[in-house]
Design a protein around this ligand. Structure first.
Ligand code: CP
Length: 323
């Protein structure tokens, strides 16, 4: 794997490979082996042009647990604020010896540009680009679903037979897009639930069912309900009902959680707008996998960095090195 730019073009076998290597990584962490020597001598640059808590820290933790050197770059306080271009910024980091660049950018397609422009030779991992994709979020979501439904060791399994409802601000959500492609590639059925104004125009080309009524969608007994953050920073006010109306019709609260089958899980990529798309009792309920998703994110990002920088899947390599 040379880059990880999206899930739309990620083959089923490559997706399963990442999830299976993530299982290996998680096994080592659960045995309290915090650090593997696998990427010693490699440098990972976290290049963040947009804010992040989970993704940035998770990639940093993942790289450090594989013994890579990590350089954190935030556009705020850098020469980007003096007008420096993406090309010059990336080439500067390449000159400092980057082997992999993890990039989050407000422009859809920026990671693809970086990977294909010839400006740098490093591998590129998309950590979220505009409203386009957030592939490692979808991979950690799929990993979480697989573990919850198929047990601790679910290596090799896809998600066939499972039904996931993705609810909320689909229009602006790169998490929704990456999940639609990945979950359906892995055999799951996906329903999108949203106000009509927050459904993208090109959705008829997506392999999903559309619903506008959350209670009707819940009545279909989805295995997982994935709530999305309302992206007020990208929102055109004309598209958005009042917060009160949105919360009443499309928010997940305790009553809606209680209407789900007992095995169904409640997901959210974070950060959450508590009281808007999800109530505090839904977010903190025993059905919620929010913190599990965060923890799984480190294993999944270790797997992605490993596969980009060290190549072959470790046939129990992680375990061997940990001995
Ligand atoms: N889920 C997610 O991308 O969170 P951050 O914006 O905190 O990285």
């Amino acid at each position: 794997m040379r880059h990880l730019l999206d899930t739309r073009t990620l083959a089923r076998e490559d997706a399963l490979r990442i999830l299976d290597v993530a299982e290996d990584m998680r096994d080592t962490q659960s045995r309290e082996i915090k650090k593997l020597p696998t990427l010693r001598g490699k440098t990972v640059v976290n290049l963040f042009f947009e804010d992040s808590t989970r993704t940035r820290i998770s990639f940093e933790a993942a790289a450090k647990r594989l013994s890579a050197d990590v350089i954190n770059f935030s556009a705020k306080g850098s020469s980007v604020s003096k007008g420096e271009s993406l090309q010059d910024t990336a080439q500067t980091l390449q000159a400092m010896g980057a082997d992999a660049v993890v990039i989050r950018h407000g422009a859809s397609g920026a990671p693809h540009t970086l990977a294909t422009s010839g400006w740098i030779s490093a591998g590129v991992l998309n950590a979220g680009d505009g409203t386009h994709e957030h592939p490692t979020q979808a991979l950690l979501d799929a990993f979480t679903i697989r573990k919850r439904f198929f047990g601790e060791d679910s290596r090799g399994r896809d998600l066939a037979g499972l039904h996931v409802a993705i609810v909320g601000d689909i229009l602006h959500s790169r998490v929704a897009r990456s999940n639609v492609w990945l979950l359906t590639t892995l055999g799951a059925t996906v329903t999108l639930v949203a106000p009509p104004t927050l459904v993208p125009q090109d959705v008829s080309a997506w392999p999903v069912t559309i619903a506008y009524d959350l209670d009707e969608a819940i009545a279909t007994a989805p295995d997982a309900v994935m709530m999305l953050r309302i992206q007020l920073e990208r929102m055109n006010a004309a598209y958005f009902p009042t917060e009160r109306e949105y919360s009443r019709r499309w928010g997940l609260d305790a009553a809606r959680v209680a209407a789900l089958p007992s095995a169904s899980i409640v997901m959210h990529p974070g950060p959450m707008n508590r009281g808007l798309e999800i109530s505090a009792d839904a977010a903190d309920s025993p059905r919620s996998t929010v913190l599990e998703q965060v923890a799984n994110g480190v294993s999944v990002r270790m797997a992605a960095l490993y596969l980009l920088l060290a190549g072959e899947r470790p046939t129990n390599h992680a375990q061997e090195e940990a001995r």
